[in-house]
Ligand binder design. Structure first.
Ligand code: F6R
Length: 234
């Protein structure tokens, strides 16, 4: 595992951009992508660069159930705005949160991942060490599955929606075994509120109670941390 400590999110954006650039230069053609606040500075650096993803494939980690791709809180929308508008891929896959048949969509997404093995997977870190929507207790052997969001997540998301009935209560996520199948993983965490999760991920026992701890068993991981996120490491 290679740990890169950076001063702030902006420097992390440059460091993360370099990991993408190196992967592309060495022939990677399938990129596993994440949403959330953490990857934005990396995506901004990529958008401002001359990197070309037009021959590549992207596969996203997760999506809310019930939101159409054009809903401004959907992960489809996020990816369009922060990455695909500037840097289109030859093909991009994000779970279809508005699928009529969610169980068929889970099977379909397993097939997507199996037929497009990820070369580089970027991950953010939950404060409880979740990766994707794989919350503590999720099996390390999990594949694409449906997740019931916790009441606190639902309550936290409510502020982004005009109508309470629209707030998603479920999500589709890639499973932990599929994340671990990526050839290379780029884990990024910033801020003091991630420090406990970072310590548990890197220095704690490998346990399903700490989903990100499984990364200790992956052969090719780059971790980008700012000083606050790294502050509890020994
Ligand atoms: C997003 C995702 C989540 C986030 C994590 C950190 O696609 O899968 O696991 O990476 O919740 O979120 P931020 O970056 O907003 O702190």
């Amino acid at each position: 595992m290679k740990i890169i400590k950076v001063q702030d999110n902006l420097a992390g954006g440059q460091a993360g951009y370099q990991v993408f650039a190196d992967a592309l230069a060495s022939g990677a053609d399938t990129f596993g992508l994440a949403t959330g606040s953490t990857p934005i500075s990396i995506y901004d650096a990529i958008a401002a660069s001359d990197l070309d993803f037009s021959q590549a494939t992207s596969v996203n980690l997760d999506e809310y159930v019930g939101l159409a791709a054009d809903h401004d809180q959907s992960y489809h929308y996020f990816m369009q705005k922060h990455f695909f508008d500037a840097k289109p891929f030859a093909q991009s896959f994000v779970p279809a949160g508005d699928a009529q048949d969610i169980s068929a969509e889970l099977t379909h997404y397993d097939e997507v991942i199996a037929t497009h093995p990820v070369d580089l997977q970027i991950l953010g870190l939950g404060q409880n060490a979740h990766i994707g929507f794989n919350e503590p207790g999720t099996s390390f052997t999990s594949q694409t599955h449906l997740v019931d969001l916790t009441p606190s997540t639902i309550a936290a998301n409510a502020r982004f929606f005009a109508d309470a009935a629209e707030v998603p209560t479920q999500a589709i996520t890639m499973g932990i075994s599929q994340i671990m199948a990526a050839k290379q993983i780029l884990m990024v965490a910033y801020g003091a509120n991630k420090a406990h999760a970072v310590k548990a991920m890197l220095e704690g026992p490998v346990s399903e109670d700490v989903p990100a701890s499984i990364l200790q068993q992956h052969a090719n991981v780059v971790v980008i941390l700012d000083e606050a996120a790294a502050s509890l490491l020994t």
